[in-house]
Design a protein around this ligand. Structure first.
Ligand SMILES: [Zn+2]
Ligand SMILES: [Zn+2]
Length: 40
């Protein structure tokens, strides 16, 4: 099972994109990151 790069949580599905340097994040951390990125 993959682990989240940020919270080190073990999750069944991880997300990554260029914003995260293609590190794997759990849904919660990924959404937090993108919320910050899209916040103006
Ligand atoms: Zn996480
Ligand atoms: Zn992104």
């Amino acid at each position: 099972m993959p682990a989240c790069h940020k919270c080190r949580g073990i999750v069944s599905k991880v997300y990554d994109c260029d914003h995260t340097g293609y590190q794997s994040y759990c849904r919660e951390c990924y959404e937090d990151l993108h919320y910050e990125l899209t916040e103006i």
